[in-house]
Design a protein around this ligand. Sequence first.
Ligand SMILES: [Zn+2]
Length: 174
Amino acid sequence: MERWGASLYGNPCRDCGFDWSLTPLEALEWVKRLPARYGVLVDGRQGDERHPELAWNVVAYVCHVTDNLRNWAERLAGARLSGHRNVSGYDQDLLAHARSYNDASLAGALWSLKRAADSWVESVSAALEQNLVLEHSTRGIQRADDVARNNAHDAAHHAWDIERILAHHDRPTP
Ligand SMILES: [Zn+2]
C-alpha cells in the first residue's frame, strides 16, 4: 500500500509545516483562499524562476496544483453523480511533460487555478456532505475528508516549493 498524508510527510509536514489535524472545513477554507495566496506569492514574477534541486519552475508548480485540484474534484464528482468510487493514481511528471508546465504563462496558470479552486470547493463540499468514500488502487480507502486535507496539503507544500525557488532566485550574488 502506498503511504500518503501524515504518515508520508510527518505531522506537521517536515518540509512545509502543514498541520494535518485541520478539519475538512478548514481545508475547504484554505483552498478557497488559495488563488489569492498564490497571487500574492508570485506577484511581479515571470514564472520561469528556478531552483537547482527542482525540475519544475514557479509556473509549473502553479499548473500542478491546478491539475491536482481538478483531478480530485472530478473524481469526487464522479463518485457523487454516478457511484463510481474506484480511482487510481496519476503520473504528475507525465502530465507536466504533456502540458509543458515549465513553458506555461503565469497569468494563464493563475486564471486556471482560480477556476479549479472554485470547482474543487463546490465538488468537495458536496462530497463531504455525503461522506463520500473513494477506493484508491494504491492508497486504499480515501474518504472525502482525506481528499480535502491531501489536496490542501499539496497546495501548501508547493507554495513552500515556490518560496524556496524565489528565495534562491533573489539570493544576493557574491
Ligand atoms: Zn508539506
